[in-house]
Write a protein that binds this ligand. Structure first.
Ligand SMILES: *Cc1c(COP(=O)(O)O)cnc(C)c1O
Length: 406
């Protein structure tokens, strides 16, 4: 206990008994069923993209309501082929929040297009539809709202603004497996039978379901889906699985060169099992989030995540607080001394060195994003956490933040 910062040495309070094991920010919820599914795929003789990928794509068509689902090696790869297929390149702009993972912005930049940034709401960290709409110019070729932390972005006004401009909405649904907006799942159609947006999900180990690495693109346009399938695999029209399977033909042609972003069956096998569990895993995340909200409520100098003001289902991908009552790094250090890991989601993209240098962005442009960016800390949240783990973190926070009391 001798290394604790002075803020914890006050008063006569009993100190928190420091846990022996490290509580990480996140840990994937994988069990024997996933192990068995991988073993089955290994033994089947078909380990790369095949029947398991087709099954996982079917599950995403069913759960989102989108007619097309294209599995890829990551959400980042998905963004790359979506921006490519939409023909977005030099001279074009893409509007997105700065409060997002750099992957989104990197892909815009790597296409040679210019990212333009919209502010978020400080309390919810969701992109403000009016701010996003205000960034649309004649050069804007798409908008990319982010379903931040697992709550949905306000899609209706965003869709309306994009429709007026005649440009597509690409939902960054990396946090949104299980998220719904006004009763419609991320990637889903606003009304049955109508087209929805393009949506991109992530299966990175920190996300709500994992395939180690992986992602899924859903969309409504047949030609776009066909192009995404080609760009995913060398530009070849048909799946290797069908070319090399019984009754297949080994011939192929390539109309445009593609990348190598196909998900493997070993990974998809894990994804299929994870999708069976996702509702229960997200329900557990929601329980833990409620426990955090109650446990930290009223602590001065900690701003809790606020609920979005429209009907929604929250996947609770992350639990992001903002530290205002003390130095954020000191807060993180004090949690580390108590064996608690945290994350930063996210350092604002418009303040990243290369973005500042290339696009002349900087401090003072996005007040809520910048204010939030200085305080954000993601606390541990994953389905395998116990109630006692949450209580421990809440107690640690109360001990660390000056004037919180325990
Ligand atoms: C994780 C994440 C991505 C990228 O996902 P990968 O599957 O790791 O490429 C994109 N956008 C956001 C908001 C993310 O959190």
């Amino acid at each position: 206990m001798c290394n604790l910062p002075p803020t914890t040495q006050r008063g006569t309070d009993a100190h928190l008994k420091i846990r022996d094991d490290f509580l990480p920010l996140s840990r994937p919820a994988l069990g024997e069923e996933e192990v068995a599914a991988v073993a089955e795929s290994l033994r089947s003789g078909w380990i790369t993209s095949g029947p398991k990928v087709a099954e996982l794509e079917g599950i995403f068509r069913e759960t989102t309501g989108a007619p097309h689902a294209v599995a890829v090696t990551s959400a980042t790869a998905g963004l790359h082929i979506v921006l490519s297929a939409l023909g977005i390149g030099p001279g074009d702009e893409v509007a997105t929040p700065s409060m997002t993972f750099a992957s989104t912005v990197n892909q815009i930049v790597l296409r040679g297009a210019t990212p333009v940034f919209a502010d978020v709401d400080y309390g919810t960290l969701q992109v403000r539809p009016d701010a996003l709409a205000a960034r649309i110019t004649p050069r804007t070729k798409a908008v990319i709202p982010v379903h931040f932390a697992g709550a949905p972005a306000d899609l209706d006004p965003i869709r309306a603004a994009a429709e007026r401009a005649g440009i597509p909405v690409i939902e960054d649904a990396a946090h949104a497996v299980g998220t719904a907006y006004k009763g419609v799942p991320a990637g889903g159609p606003p009304r049955p039978g109508t087209p929805g947006n393009i949506a991109i999900f992530s299966f990175h180990p920190i996300k709500n379901i994992t395939t180690a690495e992986g992602g899924m693109v859903t969309c409504y346009d047949d030609a776009l889906a066909a192009r995404l399938r080609r760009l995913r695999f060398h530009g070849i029209e048909r799946d290797a699985w069908k070319r090399y399977g019984k009754g297949g033909t080994p011939h192929y042609d390539i109309r445009e060169p593609g990348y190598k972003y196909n998900l493997t069956d070993l990974q998809a096998a894990v994804g299929v099992v994870q999708m069976r569990k996702v509702a229960a895993m997200n329900a557990r995340r929601a329980d833990l989030a409620r426990r955090y909200l109650a446990g930290i409520e009223g602590v001065p100098g900690i701003d809790l995540p606020e609920a979005v003001p429209y009907a929604h289902a929250h996947s609770w991908h992350l639990f992001v607080v903002k530290v205002t009552g003390m130095d954020r790094d000191a807060f993180i250090g004090a949690l580390a001394e108590r064996n608690v890991g945290v994350g930063l989601h996210f350092p604002p993209c418009h303040l990243l060195s290369y973005v500042r240098e290339r696009y002349g962005t900087g401090e003072g442009e996005l007040p809520d994003t910048e204010r939030a960016g200085k305080g954000i800390v993601s606390l541990p949240l994953f389905p395998g956490m116990s109630d006692a783990d949450v209580d421990y973190v809440c107690e640690a926070v109360r001990e660390i933040v000056p004037g919180a009391g325990r």
